[in-house]
Design a protein around this ligand. Structure first.
Ligand code: GTP
Ligand code: MG
Length: 195
């Protein structure tokens, strides 16, 4: 994908109606702070259009980024942030479920996992949930720059076993710092999910 123009077109909170788009959507899910917004910025070649933060819980809405009037990258709010009330967690669940279940344009879901850590129970739940909604998520192992190169294959394997990934599931190591993995992600989107 050659990025010509990008635009944060729609922001949806818990009370919002979800948009009735006609362009394909690609969504990014994962724990708070795993790097969803940073990945979306890297894919769009923007430094800070998607707001990021060192503090978890930054993105609390579903944000739709229009790419070239061709498709949307969809930034989902993160889960697993401890300092959130049970009520907020329940509202988060409803919002994400409404989107994953209801979007007619959603073509693919990427699930982000921090490459330094084994997947959590929440990650496993999210993976199973995405599969239950009929998607076969692609896994992005984030923050690759923070791991010694010699540890990468071992951690990719830990992600595969920890999530009990379906055979053939793609795992792409990625760094928002070095942009390693960016082209592979766009190639996959371009060839598998668009056009
Ligand atoms: P929520 O919106 O809270 O769900 O978080 P998020 O998943 O959108 O994470 P975000 O992109 O805001 O990144 C969280 C923190 O991790 C920020 O301080 C980022 O700079 C940092 N970060 C994200 N990706 C990388 C990466 O590849 N390498 C390094 N070193 N830091 C990263
Ligand atoms: Mg975010």
């Amino acid at each position: 994908m050659v990025i010509k123009n990008v635009n944060l077109e729609t922001v949806c909170g818990i009370t919002s109606k979800l948009p009735d788009h006609t362009l394909p959507e690609i969504a990014f899910a994962g724990k708070s702070n795993v790097g969803k917004s940073s990945l979306i910025n890297a894919l769009m070649n923007r430094k800070a259009l998607a707001r990021t933060s060192a503090k978890p819980g930054k993105t609390q809405t579903i944000n739709f980024y229009n790419i070239n009037e061709e498709m949307y990258l969809v930034d989902l709010p993160g889960y697993g942030y401890a300092k959130v009330s049970e009520q907020e967690k329940a509202q988060w669940g409803k919002l994400i479920e409404r989107y994953l279940h209801g979007s007619k344009q959603l073509r693919a879901v990427f699930l982000l996992i921090d490459i330094r850590h084994d997947p959590s129970a929440n990650d496993k739940m999210m993976y199973d949930w995405i599969v239950d909604q009929g998607f076969n998520p692609i896994i992005i192992a984030t923050k690759l720059d923070k791991l010694k190169r010699s540890q990468v294959q071992k951690q990719v394997k830990a992600i595969k076993t920890g999530l009990k990934l379906l055979p053939g599931t793609v795992v792409i190591p990625f760094s928002a710092e070095t942009k390693q993995g960016r082209d592979e992600i766009w190639n996959l989107v371009d060839t598998e999910f668009l056009g």
